[in-house]
Design a protein around this ligand. Structure first.
Ligand code: C2E
Ligand code: MG
Ligand code: MG
Ligand code: MG
Length: 279
């Protein structure tokens, strides 16, 4: 009987593996047409500073699959990277974000949009030129566009990544290190680069105690400040976390406790409902 049970487990396991492989194959296949069929959407998650003022928003991609429903970028971005579609997808995210910047009402608080950039996309030789072209086309103000890159890009090709960061800076495009602290690049390797911002990974925020100051996160924030970087915490899910991070002198906050990812119209409403900035 024990052996029958084992066999059952094996059968179940392989059935699950098979359906997972099937889903993957299907997504890989369908991804090709998804952009052209306008199944990709951008949502924007607000970031606020210590006084609650909107300082920016992160653009996050969503795939509305006609049969499988909403699919998370953690599932389709790796597929896009393997197939090379990440370049087209990345450009669509940049253009969609620049459209929102262009159409953002002049009367609304100024907006800065952060767009995620995959290492593959960033290390392409024509990457900076295409960012420059989009910036020109949409008349994006310097400082209005941020690019979020990950530490892993420095592992792949440190020299090329550094050169790209410098050229983006010259274009007036800010660079943020996403998921900071989870990769292998240390702050020391970033110290000579014009990196404007670090985003503290949500894993640190999740595990942070809210009753006593977390010395490790505090030290990360202080070090980033010593290097003139702006610090955004991601994955802020509670008021207690926000308070503690503010106490640790974190500059800005992003997460469900501040606002869910939302479409551009709702982001505009969100900005209007916030307290006016005190100069
Ligand atoms: P990320 O850049 O670190 O984005 C933050 C992720 O955390 C987003 O997941 C966001 O929805 C989620 N999040 C926000 N607030 C909270 C919170 O309070 N609690 C928790 N648990 N999660 C929160 P999402 O949208 O599923 O995106 C996942 C990742 O996919 C992103 O991580 C980013 O690396 C990548 N991604 C998304 N859009 C794009 C894109 O246009 N291009 C590229 N290359 N990557 C993208
Ligand atoms: Mg990001
Ligand atoms: Mg992140
Ligand atoms: Mg992340």
């Amino acid at each position: 009987r024990a052996r029958d049970a084992d066999r059952g487990d094996v059968l179940l396991f392989s059935a699950e593996m098979q359906s997972r492989a099937e889903r993957r194959l299907r997504l890989e296949h369908d991804l090709r047409g998804a952009l052209a069929q306008r199944q990709m959407d951008l949502v924007f998650q607000p970031q606020v500073d210590a006084s609650g003022y909107l300082v920016g928003a992160e653009a996050l991609m969503r795939w509305q699959h006609p049969a499988l429903g909403a699919i998370n970028p953690t599932e389709f971005i790796p597929l896009a990277e393997e197939s090379g579609l990440i370049h087209a997808l990345g450009m669509a995210a940049l253009e969609g974000s620049c459209t929102v910047l262009r159409d953002w009402p002049a009367a609304a608080p100024r907006l800065r949009i952060a767009v995620n950039v995959s290492p593959w996309q960033m290390l392409r030789p024509d990457f900076v030129e295409s960012v420059a072209a989009i910036q020109l086309e949409f008349r994006v103000q310097p400082g209005a566009l941020m690019l979020e890159i990950t530490e892993s890009v420095f592992i792949r090709d440190a020299a090329a990544a550094a050169a790209t960061v410098r050229r983006l800076h010259q274009l007036g495009v800010g660079v943020a290190i996403d998921d900071f602290g989870t990769g292998y690049a240390s702050l020391a390797s970033l110290r000579d680069l014009p990196v404007e911002e670090v985003k503290i990974d949500q894993a640190f925020v999740r595990e942070m105690r809210v009753d006593v100051p977390d010395r490790f996160i505090g030290a990360m924030i202080d070090l980033a400040h010593a290097l003139q970087m702006y610090v955004v915490a991601e994955g802020v899910e509670s008021e207690a976390q926000r308070c503690m991070l503010r106490e640790l002198r974190c500059d800005a906050f992003q997460g469900y406790a501040i606002g869910m990812p939302m479409d551009a119209t709702r982001l505009h409403d969100f900005a209007r409902e916030l307290p006016p900035q005190v100069a």
